[in-house]
Design a protein around this ligand. Sequence first.
Ligand SMILES: [Zn+2]
Length: 479
Amino acid sequence: MRKLGISFVLALVAVLSTVQTPAQCGAPITLVKAGRFLDPRTGNVLAPAAVLVEDGKIKEVGSPSQLQAHAPAGVKTIDLGSATLLPGLIDSHTHLLMDIVLQAEAERARHLNGGYVPAQLLAIVESPGKRVLLGAQMAREDLESGITTVRNLGHSGIDGDTELRDAINAGRVPGPRILASGRKLETHGETYVQNLNPALADAILQQEFLLFDGPDSARQAVRQNVFHNVDVIKVTAEENLTVPELAAAIEEAHRNHLKVAVHAVDKTSIQTAIDAGADSIEHGNDITDEQLKQMRDKGMFFDFTPTSYGHFFTKVFEGTIAESLVLRAKRLEADQRNRQLFNDLAQQVLKSEFVDGSDVSDDQLYNSLVQRVLKSGVKFAAGTDMDWHYLGKTRGQASVGRFLTLHEAGMPSLDVIRATTTNAAEMLGWQDRVGAIEPGRFADLVAVAGDPLADITELERVRFVMKNGEVVKNDFAPH
Ligand SMILES: [Zn+2]
C-alpha cells in the first residue's frame, strides 16, 4: 500500500512538472520566426525577424537570436522559414451581414426601390438569426484571408454586428475583431428603400436604419446605438442632410467617445461632412481638391472604397448567371448532352469579359482620385464596402482583391499596405491595439511567401494568420 502511495505521488509530481512549462503556466508565450518583417509605418524590412508573443500581445520584435535569448527555455516556436511577416489586415468599411446576389438589370429596373433594388431589399428583410449566422461565415472567411480587424458600418439589423462581435470575442465563433456601428443613421432621402407596402414599410426600415429629422432626433438616434453598445457611429449623408443635424449627431457621438464615419459621395454631402466635423469620409468619390485640403487641415480621414473598380459588378453579375447555368445543368441529370452544354456555357460566362452597361465602375475617376488624395496629404485608409456574393471566392478573397485595385489605380504598394494596417488603425482610433507589429499591441500577424512590396498580389495569398496570439492558419507548417 505504502509503495503504491509513493509511486502515485511521484507520478503526480511528474504530471505537475510537465504542466508547469512556461507556455502553460501563467501567460502563454510563443516565438514567431520569419525570413523578413515589413514595418508598414517606416517601410523598413528586418531580416531575419522574430516576434515574441505573450498572452495574446506582442512583447518584443527583433532578430531571432536576440529574442531567443529573451524567451524562456523550450518556448513554443513557430518557424515560418523565408516568409514575410506583416500586421494583420484591417478592412475599414465592410458589411458582414449581407451577401447580396446581384440580379439582372431588367429585374433591377422593374423593381426599383430607390437604391435598394430587389437584391438588397431581400437581404435586409431576412430573419435576423439567419443574417447573423451568415455574418459568422463572412467573418471566418475574412479572418482566413488575413483580415484580423474590420469596421462593420451598418446593414446588420438592430444588433447583429454587436452580437457577432461579442460572440467572436467570447470565442464562440472565429472571426476578426469587429468595430460595430449598429444601425446607420440617415434622413428620409431619395436613394434608400422606397415604394414598399406602407403597412410594413416602417417596420422594415427600422430594422435596418435609424431615420432622423432634425438635430434632436439625430442625437436620439446616436443614443439608441449607444444603448446597443456600438463602437462607432455611421451616418449616411445625402444632399438633404443639414450641417446642424450632422453636427448634433457628431457631438453626441463624441460625448460618448465614439468616432463618426460619414458616407458621402457627392460634393454637397462631402461638404456637409467636412463642415460638421466628421472623423472619416467614406467613399468620397466626387471630392474636389479644395475639399481635400479642408479635410487635411482638419485632420479628417479619407476612406477609399474601390468596390466597383475593374468592372467588379460585371464579374459579380456574370457569377450569378454562371451559377444559375450550373444549377440548370444539375437538374438535367438524365440528359448528359444538355448537362454538358450548360456546364460549358457557365465556364464561358465566367471567362468572358463583357461589360453589359449595368457596370457602374468608373476606373478613370478612381485613378485620378487616388493621385489627388495622395498629393493632397490628407490622411487615408481603405475599406472594401463588401456586401456582394462573388462566385468562386470567399468573402475574404473578394475583399482583399478590392484592396489590390488601389494599386491598379496607381497607389504604391507600401501605401496600400499602410491604408489597410497602420493608417486604418489610426482612423479607427485603435492605433494602440492593432495595425502594427509593435510591443503592447494585440498579436495579430499575417505572413506571405514573397515580397509584398515587389508584388502586392502576395496579399491575396496570405499563408499564415495569427489573431490574439493564436494561430488561425499556417500553410507554412509541414503537412
Ligand atoms: Zn458601405
